[in-house]
Design a protein around this ligand. Sequence first.
Ligand code: ADP
Length: 391
Amino acid sequence: MKILICNAGSTSLKFKLYDMPEARVLARGHIERVGSRDDAVFKYYAGDYALELTGLDIPDYQSGIRRFLDCLTRGDGAVISDVNEIERVGYKATLSKGHYGVHELTDEVLAGMADWISLAPLHNRVYLDVIRAMCEVIPAARSVGAFETGFHRTIPLERRIFGLPYEWYEQYGVERLGYHGASHGHVADVLNAERARYKAISCHLGGSCSVCAIEDGRSVDTSFGMSLESGLIHANRVGDLDPGMIWFLREQGLSDDEIREGFTKTGGLLGISGVSNDLRYVLDAARGGSERAELAARVFVTGIVHYIGAFYLDLGGLDYLVFTAGIGENSAEIRRRVCEKLAPIGVALDEDANARTRGEGVISAPGSAVTVRVIPADEELSIARRAYELK
Ligand code: ADP
């Protein structure tokens, strides 16, 4: 069965076409700067075939999707002869009111996504547009949403519920939902294949960041709360915040739009450093002597360590500490800075292995009480498996 997986960002689209159940990747594509009239980037790979174009006019998601489907079906990189060979399209969808895990994207599920737009405004809006555009181009394919919240439904209620009137939980569904389910779920899949019983903490550090406590393959706690504006600081977003600050900022004369902008676009690593939302530039600036950049790096590391410490105690021990996603897989410096703070719980880093590792690897020293690993994020594979299994 051919399954197309679609991972949409606010201005980017990533695709992978799988042949399931073998999980063979037939082709993949990446579009950057969707919405641009002259500066979009399009990349397409199928086996040895590679196409990389820049300076393109890709005004909307539909034209990006059409360009990718054209490559799939025509020319030297074609891997199928007709788009209707694609039986399912799986989306790394964020959340839908009342629907967790993997669901066919019926009108009801799509309405649930629209209902909870305020919890993930950028993400849900983009997905609703992309799903609509894709359905117009491949109407026969079944649309499947793998919601990022699904993996966290196993978190016990005492770690999901907030200190708020209980009726808000019952009436409005106010609770910790958690995100990055496909990524933490993939880490669990890798560990599950090795052993049945274990305690792990998975750190997904990318543009968005979260820490997840995993026991025997199930999520038992995570740093994200209900909305995406929670947990660790992110590239541009605030992370955990004292709600009293919202009223305070209003009193200072800021409008709700300005406050939202600070929480979601001009906050996080960018807000503190004043340099960039990309950690690479923040670390470069810190090495160059920028105090604010160094401060941002310290806030980032401290936040990760706080969650690891709390989850370590809650789990009652730790077998694996896992780093994944763009920063987790590539930044030896952040991994080192986090692990150095974990010496009291017996974490010992192998400095050479850490410096060398990009992608898969064990980076702890042989005597370390906790095995520290880097596991590359493969959210698309995790979604392809779940979309394939959907009855
Ligand atoms: P997203 O959450 O947007 O899918 P990714 O998982 O692709 O993000 O991670 C992207 C982030 O990874 C970039 O913003 C960049 O900060 C970070 N990154 C990638 N390589 C490095 C590196 N070598 N050092 C530090 N940060 C890196």
